[in-house]
Design a protein around this ligand. Structure first.
Ligand code: DQA
Length: 140
C-alpha cells in the first residue's frame, strides 16, 4: 500500500511555527516515527507553499498511490482549485488538520475539500496523520 502525505503552505515550518498550536516537532521527525510504526506501508511526502504545485501533485497520483492524506493548510479554506483536483481523481483523500479548526477563527470553519474527501480528521495534533494511516491500513 502506497500512501502520499501532502502538506500545504507553512507546514514546512512545523517545529517553530506557533508551537502553542502546532507543537514542537518538525514534520520530518514525525514522518520518521510514522514510517517506523507503519513499516508495511510505503509513505511518501510532499510539501509545497504553492497552490498550483499541490494541484499538479494531486493530478499525478492516480495509478501510483492507494491513498492521499491531505493537509491543505490555509488553502483548505480558500481553494476551489484543490477541491476540483481531488474531485477529478479516483484516489481516496483523507483531509487532516493538526489543530481543531472549528475552535479557531470563523474563516477556518469552511473547508472546500471536506465535501469531496473520503473523510476528515481534525484536531488531534500530529496524530491526525496517524489516524488517517490507520484507516488506509485497515482498508487494504
Ligand atoms: C491547519 C489549519 C489551517 O487553518 C491553517 O491555515 C494551517 C494548518 C492545521 O493543520 O491545523 O496552516 O491546516
Amino acid at each position: 500500500m502506497k500512501i502520499l502525505i501532502i502538506n500545504g503552505p507553512n507546514l514546512n515550518l512545523l517545529g517553530t511555527r506557533e508551537t502553542e498550536i502546532y507543537g514542537n516537532s518538525t514534520f520530518e521527525n514525525y514522518l520518521n516515527s510514522l514510517r517506523s510504526a507503519f513499516e508495511q506501508m510505503e509513505i511518501q511526502y510532499f510539501q509545497s507553499n504553492i497552490e498550483g504545485a499541490l494541484i499538479d501533485k494531486i493530478q499525478e497520483t492516480p495509478g501510483v498511490y492507494d491513498g492521499i492524506i491531505l493537509n491543505a493548510a490555509a488553502y483548505t479554506h480558500t481553494s476551489v482549485g484543490i477541491a476540483d483536483a481531488v474531485r477529478a481523481i479516483d484516489v481516496p483523500v483523507i483531509e487532516v488538520h493538526i489543530s481543531n479548526t472549528f475552535s479557531r477563527e470563523d474563516y477556518r470553519h469552511k473547508s472546500f475539500i471536506a465535501p469531496v474527501a473520503k473523510g476528515v480528521i481534525i484536531g488531534f495534533g500530529l496524530m491526525s496523520y496517524e489516524l488517517a494511516l490507520m484507516y488506509f491500513n485497515k482498508e487494504k
